[in-house]
Design a protein around this ligand. Sequence first.
Ligand code: HSE
Length: 335
Amino acid sequence: MPQGVHITSAIDNTISEHTMEKIVVSAPATLANIGPGFDVYGLAVDSPVDIIKAKKLEDSPKKVVISETNLPELPLEANQNTAGIAAQFILNKVDADFGVEFKIEKGMGIGTGLGSSAASAAAGAKAVAHFINDDIKDLESLLLEGCIIAEEAIDGGIHGDNVAPSLFGGFIVIPSSRSPLLFSKFLLPKSLRVILATPPISILTADARRIIPKEIPLQHSIHSTGYAGLVMAGIIKKDLKLMGKGIVDTIIEPVRASLIPHFYEVKQAALDAGAYGCSISGAGPTVFAIADENCDLKNIGKAMAEAFEMHKQVTVRIGLPNNDGAKVLARSFHF
Ligand code: HSE
C-alpha cells in the first residue's frame, strides 16, 4: 500500500504489526463527592467529554509526547499533565516496548468541578491500555492507580472518586484510593438526569482542599455515614428520590459554599424547581442537581442559573448517565 494511505477499522487483528496505529479515546466528566461521599463517591455523565487522539510510537519505548492541546493553559510537558503522568506510570509499570503521542481536546474547562484533570488522566490511561498487547493481571487497578497518582500530582490529594467513574463509568464507591485499592461500580439508572450549572469562576481543587477541616465532631461523622448510606440505597434500588434525600453534607459543603457566590440560593432554587437533591460537584464551582427524565429539567436549570444572579454567563448542562466510562471511539492504521 502506498505511504500515507490509511484505513479505518472497527477491530481487525490481521493487520500487520509494522503499521502505525492511531486511536481516538473519550473520557467523561464526573461528579465527585455527591453530597456526603467526600473523596469516596463519584458518578459519570455522558457529556462533556475529553478526547485524546493517540498515536503508538513503536520506536520510542516508554516515551510520552503531548504534541497539542486546545487549552493554552494546559501544560504540554508530559510530567505536568494528568494524561501524560497516568500514561507514563502505566508504560513504566508494564515495561512497555512502545511510547505514545497525545493530542488532547478538552471538552471541559480547568477548575470547573467536573473532573477535568481526571478525564484527561482516564483518557490517557485508556489509550495506553489499548496499545498493550500482553495480558496484564488486574489491568483495571493498574489504570486506576496511574490516574490516582496523576490526580495527586495536580491537587495534592489521594482520591479516586473522580478518576474511577471517568475510567469505568457508573456510580463508584472507592473507600480506599491507596494500596490496596478498594472500589466497586454500580450501574446508574437510565432515567437519571443531572443538571450541572457552572458559573464563570474557576476553583482549583488544591485550593478547595486546603480549607476543609482536618478533624470533625463525631456527630458530623454519624450524620455523614447515615446520609451516605441513603445515597447508596437510592443507587441500588434505582430510586432517585431516595438518592436525592441522601445528598446532605454538613462537613465539606458549608466550608466550600463560601467559594461559590449564591450557592445556597442556587441549591434552594433547584430543590424548589423539583430536583431531588443538590450540592457542589467535586471541588466546585459547578453545582449539580439530581433529577429524573420526568422532571422539568429546563426549568430546574433556568432556576439555578437565575439564582446565581449572573445567569447569562452560567453554563447549564443536562447530563445523562454514563455507564461505560473511557472508551476507544475510532481506530486507524497508517502504512
Ligand atoms: N473529592 C475531591 C474533592 C474531588 O472534593 O476535593 C475533586 O476533584
